[in-house]
Design a binder for this molecule. Structure first.
Ligand SMILES: [Zn+2]
Ligand SMILES: [Zn+2]
Length: 261
């Protein structure tokens, strides 16, 4: 099994329209790792492709990675950067697709977009273990959009050796237990180092969380506009890891990065 980061950016993507700061200028260069489409990933198993979140950049992402078929989709929450490509997916796919997410998320998505005739939604509950083919997945509720949790409940997804947690400000203890000693964690680090935001973690919080849980490999995603260009951010992160004697291996994800699981 392997995972490809299709997008690793914030809700606006990077570069931002008409922004001329260093990060956005860098992001406009060819093959730049500072360029980030909105966060999403593809899990490739032996006999199926599973999409994690369906971003508004979906068509660009499948083209970039030459993806021909999606069999399943799981969605973390109903914000547009995580689910806004669902209509494009419905038009693009030739086969039926099963889409798993919470019932409030289904409600939000289907009220926003009509005519999703190729998608079959399946409601999953917090802490539910479910199966896609023979792959076991556990849905772990996390705090993200605390201003309206009723309409935007958010999940992390736990696979055999990987947890995908792209949108989070706080992890309830019952969910956090699952993170202990995990081999791979993909985690929200939207804000650069010490910058605070109401619905996302920053670099420092993400690294400290992973270190505390003794996660083996941490991949930072949902990388926001407050980050400097990729190379500078990567250096600063390496410096921080060294200075704080962090044992977790920390990687700054970028669009197109692949992990073998
Ligand atoms: Zn910018
Ligand atoms: Zn969100």
């Amino acid at each position: 099994m392997n995972l490809t980061f299709l997008g690793t950016g914030p809700s606006t993507g990077i570069p931002k329209k008409e922004c001329r700061d260093l990060t956005c200028q860098e992001a406009r260069k060819k093959n730049s790792k500072s360029k980030r489409t909105r966060s999403s990933a593809l899990l490739k198993a032996n006999n199926f492709n599973l999409l994690i979140d369906c971003s508004p950049d979906f068509l660009q992402q499948v083209k970039q990675e030459r993806i021909k078929k999606i069999n399943y989709v799981i969605i973390t929450h109903a914000h547009r950067d995580a689910s806004g490509g669902i209509k494009k997916l419905n038009l693009w796919t030739k086969n039926k697709i099963i889409v798993c997410c919470q019932k409030q998320t289904i409600k939000k998505i289907t009220s926003r977009y009509g005519g999703l005739n190729k998608l079959e939604f399946r409601a999953i509950k917090p802490y539910q273990k479910f199966k896609i083919k023979n792959m076991a997945i556990t849905a772990l509720p996390v705090k993200h959009y605390v201003l309206d949790e009723k309409n935007f409940p958010t999940l992390a997804y736990k696979f055999k050796n990987l947890i995908y947690c792209s949108d989070v400000i706080k992890i309830p203890a019952k969910s956090l237990k699952h993170f202990k000693n995990y081999p791979y964690l993909i985690l929200d680090a939207a804000m650069y180092f010490n910058r605070q935001f109401i619905s996302h973690l920053n670099t420092r919080q993400a690294i400290e969380l992973a270190e505390k849980q003794k996660v083996k490999n941490l991949y930072l995603t949902q990388i926001g506009h407050s980050y400097p260009p990729y190379k500078i951010a990567r250096k600063e992160i390496a410096k921080f890891v060294k200075a704080h004697k962090i044992k977790t291996k920390v990687f700054l994800a970028y669009d197109g990065l692949k992990i073998k699981l």
